[in-house]
Design a protein. Structure first.
Length: 131
Protein backbone atom coordinates (compact mmCIF):
# COMPACT_ATOMS: atom_id res chain seq x y z
CA UNK A 1 0.00 0.00 0.00
CA UNK A 2 2.92 2.35 0.69
CA UNK A 3 4.06 2.08 -2.94
CA UNK A 4 0.60 3.15 -4.10
CA UNK A 5 0.97 6.36 -2.10
CA UNK A 6 4.34 7.03 -3.72
CA UNK A 7 2.77 6.54 -7.15
CA UNK A 8 -0.12 8.85 -6.24
CA UNK A 9 2.28 11.56 -5.05
CA UNK A 10 4.43 11.20 -8.15
CA UNK A 11 1.41 11.28 -10.45
CA UNK A 12 0.29 14.57 -8.94
CA UNK A 13 3.74 16.09 -9.31
CA UNK A 14 4.14 14.82 -12.87
CA UNK A 15 0.70 16.08 -13.86
CA UNK A 16 1.40 19.53 -12.43
CA UNK A 17 4.71 19.76 -14.28
CA UNK A 18 2.99 18.58 -17.48
CA UNK A 19 0.37 21.30 -17.14
CA UNK A 20 2.92 24.04 -16.49
CA UNK A 21 5.57 23.01 -19.02
CA UNK A 22 3.16 21.98 -21.76
CA UNK A 23 1.23 25.23 -21.41
CA UNK A 24 4.38 27.32 -21.31
CA UNK A 25 5.79 25.69 -24.46
CA UNK A 26 2.46 25.99 -26.28
CA UNK A 27 2.23 29.68 -25.35
CA UNK A 28 5.73 30.29 -26.71
CA UNK A 29 5.12 28.52 -30.03
CA UNK A 30 1.40 29.23 -30.40
CA UNK A 31 -0.59 27.97 -33.32
CA UNK A 32 -2.76 24.91 -33.68
CA UNK A 33 0.11 22.39 -33.69
CA UNK A 34 0.26 20.74 -30.23
CA UNK A 35 3.97 21.36 -29.68
CA UNK A 36 3.54 21.53 -25.87
CA UNK A 37 2.26 17.95 -25.74
CA UNK A 38 4.96 16.85 -28.18
CA UNK A 39 7.73 18.29 -25.97
CA UNK A 40 6.23 16.72 -22.85
CA UNK A 41 6.01 13.29 -24.50
CA UNK A 42 9.57 13.43 -25.84
CA UNK A 43 11.10 14.65 -22.59
CA UNK A 44 9.01 12.13 -20.62
CA UNK A 45 10.30 9.33 -22.84
CA UNK A 46 13.88 10.45 -22.28
CA UNK A 47 13.34 10.62 -18.53
CA UNK A 48 11.60 7.24 -18.31
CA UNK A 49 14.28 5.55 -20.43
CA UNK A 50 16.98 6.96 -18.18
CA UNK A 51 15.26 6.26 -14.86
CA UNK A 52 14.17 2.71 -15.60
CA UNK A 53 17.48 1.63 -17.04
CA UNK A 54 19.41 3.23 -14.20
CA UNK A 55 17.08 1.81 -11.55
CA UNK A 56 17.17 -1.70 -12.95
CA UNK A 57 20.93 -1.80 -13.53
CA UNK A 58 22.09 -0.35 -10.20
CA UNK A 59 21.08 -0.71 -6.56
CA UNK A 60 20.63 3.07 -6.38
CA UNK A 61 16.82 2.99 -6.22
CA UNK A 62 14.58 0.86 -4.13
CA UNK A 63 11.16 -0.25 -5.39
CA UNK A 64 9.29 2.63 -3.75
CA UNK A 65 11.53 5.34 -5.21
CA UNK A 66 11.46 3.64 -8.61
CA UNK A 67 7.63 3.54 -8.51
CA UNK A 68 7.49 7.21 -7.44
CA UNK A 69 9.76 8.34 -10.28
CA UNK A 70 8.56 6.07 -13.11
CA UNK A 71 4.94 5.02 -12.66
CA UNK A 72 4.19 8.12 -10.62
CA UNK A 73 6.04 11.15 -11.98
CA UNK A 74 6.62 9.90 -15.54
CA UNK A 75 3.13 8.39 -15.73
CA UNK A 76 1.55 11.63 -14.56
CA UNK A 77 3.82 13.70 -16.78
CA UNK A 78 3.51 11.99 -20.16
CA UNK A 79 0.38 12.53 -22.14
CA UNK A 80 -0.34 9.74 -24.60
CA UNK A 81 -4.08 10.11 -24.21
CA UNK A 82 -3.77 13.84 -24.92
CA UNK A 83 -1.63 13.06 -27.96
CA UNK A 84 -4.29 10.66 -29.24
CA UNK A 85 -7.08 13.18 -28.76
CA UNK A 86 -5.14 16.00 -30.40
CA UNK A 87 -4.30 13.79 -33.37
CA UNK A 88 -7.94 12.84 -33.90
CA UNK A 89 -8.94 16.51 -33.64
CA UNK A 90 -6.37 17.44 -36.30
CA UNK A 91 -7.82 14.75 -38.59
CA UNK A 92 -11.39 15.89 -37.91
CA UNK A 93 -10.34 19.44 -38.79
CA UNK A 94 -8.93 18.24 -42.09
CA UNK A 95 -5.35 18.84 -40.98
CA UNK A 96 -4.13 15.50 -42.34
CA UNK A 97 -0.53 16.55 -42.92
CA UNK A 98 -0.25 18.05 -39.44
CA UNK A 99 -1.80 14.93 -37.92
CA UNK A 100 0.65 12.72 -39.79
CA UNK A 101 3.61 14.93 -38.86
CA UNK A 102 2.54 14.99 -35.22
CA UNK A 103 2.18 11.21 -35.14
CA UNK A 104 5.53 10.54 -36.81
CA UNK A 105 7.34 13.09 -34.63
CA UNK A 106 5.68 11.92 -31.41
CA UNK A 107 6.34 8.22 -31.91
CA UNK A 108 9.71 8.53 -33.64
CA UNK A 109 11.18 11.12 -31.29
CA UNK A 110 9.76 9.38 -28.21
CA UNK A 111 11.51 6.14 -29.24
CA UNK A 112 14.73 8.02 -29.93
CA UNK A 113 14.47 9.87 -26.61
CA UNK A 114 13.89 6.62 -24.73
CA UNK A 115 16.98 5.10 -26.36
CA UNK A 116 18.98 8.24 -25.45
CA UNK A 117 17.80 7.96 -21.86
CA UNK A 118 19.06 4.39 -21.72
CA UNK A 119 22.42 5.43 -23.18
CA UNK A 120 22.72 8.24 -20.63
CA UNK A 121 21.93 5.84 -17.80
CA UNK A 122 24.59 3.41 -19.07
CA UNK A 123 27.15 6.21 -19.17
CA UNK A 124 26.27 7.29 -15.64
CA UNK A 125 26.62 3.71 -14.42
CA UNK A 126 30.09 3.50 -16.00
CA UNK A 127 31.08 6.82 -14.37
CA UNK A 128 29.83 5.67 -10.96
CA UNK A 129 31.84 2.48 -11.21
CA UNK A 130 35.00 4.48 -11.88
CA UNK A 131 34.55 6.51 -8.71
Amino acid sequence: MRTAWYVALGSGLGGAVRLLLGGWVQDRFGGSFPVGTLIVNISGSLLLGFLLHYALETPAMGPDLRALLTTGICGGYTTFSTFSYETVRLVEDGEYRRAALYTVLSVGLALLATACGIVLARELIVLRRRW
